[in-house]
Design a protein around this ligand. Sequence first.
Ligand code: GSH
Length: 376
Amino acid sequence: MSETHTLYAITHSLYSGRARSYLIKNQIPFRELSTGHESFKADVLPRGKLPTIPTLVTPESEVIRDGAAIIEHFEAANGRPCRPAGPRQQIVSALFDVIGADGLLRPAMHYRWNFPEDNLAFVRYHFLHSQRDVPEREDKTEHMMGRMRHAAMIFGVTEQTQALVEALYLEYLDALNAHFEQYPYLLGWRPCIGDFGLLAPMYAHLGRDPHPARLMQQRATRVYRWVERMNRADQDVPEYFNAGTDFLPDDEVSDTLAAVLRVLAEDFVPETLASAECINAWLADTQPEAGAPAVGRLAQAIGTAEFTLRGETIKSLAQPYRFYLLQRVQDTYAALAPEEKASVDELLDACGMSAVLTTTLDRRIGRGENLEVWEA
Ligand SMILES: N[C@@H](CCC(=O)N[C@@H](CS)C(=O)NCC(=O)O)C(=O)O
C-alpha cells in the first residue's frame, strides 16, 4: 500500500494552507489534488460530506474533512509534536489557531477582493485551473468568483470601515514583524498548532495575492519569511544566529508575542462577544436537534455580529467554527491546576484577551462523520 496521503486542496485556498504546512513541517508524504479531479466527487465527497478543502485521504482510504481535524488526526497518532507542554504556551497556541482560522478573515478577504487591478487575473487563474478544461469552466469560474467577491463585505469591510480594517491589519503586521525579529516561530524555535492556524490567512491571501504580498514583502519582511518558512520542511532559520530547536523554555510567551495578541484583541474580542450573542439567540430560536450540523457556510448564514470599534460599526458573519475551536482553548484552561490558571489569567489579562476564556455558546459543538455538530 502506498504511504502517500492525498490532500484535496488548492494553492489559493485559505484553509488549505494550514493543513498543507502541517504535512510539510511534519514530513508526512502527500500529493495535492484539486477538487476538479473525478475522484473527489465520486469517492471523497460522499464521505467528506461537504465540498470543502482541505480534505485528506489517508493511505488506508480514510477521508478526513476540515483542517483542524486533519491536524488532530496526526497529532493524536504521533504524540502531539506541535503542542507545547506548558499551560501558557498551550493556551496561546490554541488561541492563535482560532484567530488564524476565523479572526483574520476581514483583512484576508479585503486585500484579496478589493484590489482587483492587482489581484484579479492572478486569482482568476487559480479558480479556473482548479477545474478540468471543460467548456463550462469559464462560466463556473465567473460564478465561483462572483460568490466570493462579496466575502469582504460579508465579514464587515465597507467603504465606511475600510480605513479601520487596514489600520488594524498594519498594526498587527508591524507587531508580528517585531516578534519575528526575535524568533522564527510564534513560540520560539519550532512551529506550534497556532503557527499553522495563523498561516491560513497569511499564506494564500495576505502572503501570496499580488497586492497584499507586496505590502508584506515591503513592510514586514520577517513576516514574509515566516510564511516561506512555514512551507518548508526544514527549520529554515539562516538569519537567526544561535538558533535553538524547541519551544521557548519555562513556558515563556515572549513580550513580542504578547504585543501581537494585544493588537489582535482589539477586534477579536468584541467580535467574539457579538458573535456569541448572535449565535446564542439563533440557538434559542431554532433549537437544533443534537447531531444537527453546526457548519455555517456562507450559503447558510446564521446571522450577523455587530460591534463598534474606534467609532465604526462593523457587521460581520457570525460563525460557529470560531467557537468550535475556542472550546479547545477553554477545555485546556478548565483542566489546569489553580496556579496554572492564575498564570494564564495574568497573561491574557495583560493582552486584553481574558474574555476568550468565558465567552461560550449555549450548546457545545462536537464532531460526527466529518461534520461539526450541535451537542445535546
Ligand atoms: N472548517 C473548514 C473550512 C474549509 C473551507 O471553508 N474551505 C473553503 C476554501 S478555503 C472551501 O472549500 N469553500 C468551498 C465551499 O464552502 O463550498 C476547514 O478549516 O478546513
